[in-house]
Design a protein around this ligand. Structure first.
Ligand code: ASP
Length: 348
């Protein structure tokens, strides 16, 4: 299919893809603008896609903030409201890409796809992957295949749903995976070939008008380790919410349960797992410190959402005035694809 005349808005945020070698230190530093990035991919002009470039910022992706992402979402909306843009590409560092794509996906409602991409190899290395990733991302954003897909990630020609994607390797060009799900499809011969249904993307509850949407919200993330004595948990009382990256399918040492219960009485506490693959359980084990015990003590199961995605969803819910544990539990069940009957809290 010809993409000639289709229009894509490209937002450049920085990252490895936009680096050059500093002659003094020999290290890679941020250097390239959006226009320069696109100039480095001559094959793009043969596609005939009209590219509208925005230099949104130029930072290593570790320095992006949720305020940046709210602003990015606003600029994407503004571009799409013209009705003349078929899709959007966001070019950024890969370090936080699984989080940025997921967060913007929670906000994005337009049918036009937003395709996040970047590079694992900087331009000074042999075989940099940035140009190929950018080329594939423009194809994915310009065509009709990903309408209503929300935000996706395209690297290594694979298309991943924002809800499932993970950076699974520190350096490999095949770093991006969707554990337990696999990619949605592949960019090949100038097209996207989908081999999975597009993900179900339930809308979040509308912002509660009584709360400013910019309310400062602080969500803690605590990773449980063997012999965890709870000292760190005891320091978290001032936060607005907590995500627990528990052991295995959602387990903690039994002596942490009273501490977690006390925290769950004050703030939403979400139970996720520090394991890279798979959901937290909700109804298998019932020993002290098990998932059933924790849910009965007020923790909210994250379903298939890993701790990083769970933290972003909880942040968004609290920032928009969604405070009730039942409502938060329902949203987590819907967004993470947890069966409805698993989200109740026995004993509470
Ligand atoms: N440090 C880089 C960043 O996230 C890594 C990358 O772009 O791949 O900005």
């Amino acid at each position: 299919m010809s993409l000639n005349g289709r229009t894509v808005a490209v937002f450049a945020l920085g990252g490895t893809i936009a680096t050059a070698t500093n002659p003094v230190t020999g290290g890679a530093v941020l250097a390239l603008s959006g226009k320069e990035l696109l100039k480095g991919v001559p094959a793009l002009s043969a596609l005939g896609v009209v590219l509208r470039v925005h230099d949104f910022c130029r930072v290593p992706s570790a320095s992006l903030t949720l305020d940046d992402l709210n602003a990015l979402h606003g600029e994407i909306e503004a571009e799409l409201s013209s009705g003349t843009v078929d899709g959007v590409v966001v070019v950024q560092g890969t370090d936080t890409l699984e989080e940025t794509a997921f967060y913007v996906d929670l906000l994005h409602r337009s049918s036009a796809p937003v395709v996040f991409t970047g590079a694992m190899r900087n331009p000074s290395l042999p075989g940099p992957d940035g140009p190929a990733n950018l080329y594939a991302a423009v194809i994915a954003a310009a065509g009709p295949w990903l309408r209503n897909a929300g935000c996706v990630v395209v690297l290594g020609d694979k298309v991943h749903a924002a809800r499932t994607v993970k950076k699974s390797h520190t350096t490999s060009t095949a770093a991006f995976t969707s554990p337990g799900y696999g990619p949605l499809g592949l960019v090949v011969e100038g097209q996207v070939r989908l081999h999975q249904k597009l993900p179900h993307r339930p809308a979040l509850p509308a912002a509660d008008g009584t709360q400013p949407t910019t309310r400062t919200v602080r969500i803690a993330l605590h990773s449980v380790t063997i012999g965890d004595d709870g000292t760190q948990l005891d320091l978290l009382g001032q936060y607005d919410g907590l995500v627990v990256a528990a052991l295995g399918a959602g387990h903690v040492p039994e002596w942490l349960v009273p501490r977690l219960r006390r925290l769950a009485d004050r703030m939403p506490v979400v139970l996720s797992s520090r394991i890279a693959h798979g959901p937290v359980l909700t109804r298998t084990y019932s020993y002290p410190g098990s998932e059933r015990d924790l849910i009965a003590n007020g923790l909210i199961p994250s379903g298939n959402l890993d701790p990083y995605k769970a933290r972003l969803l909880l942040h968004r819910l609290l920032a928009t005035g969604c405070q009730g544990r039942d409502q938060i539990t329902e949203v987590f069940a819907a967004v993470s694809g947890l069966p409805a009957e698993s989200s109740h809290q026995p004993g509470r």
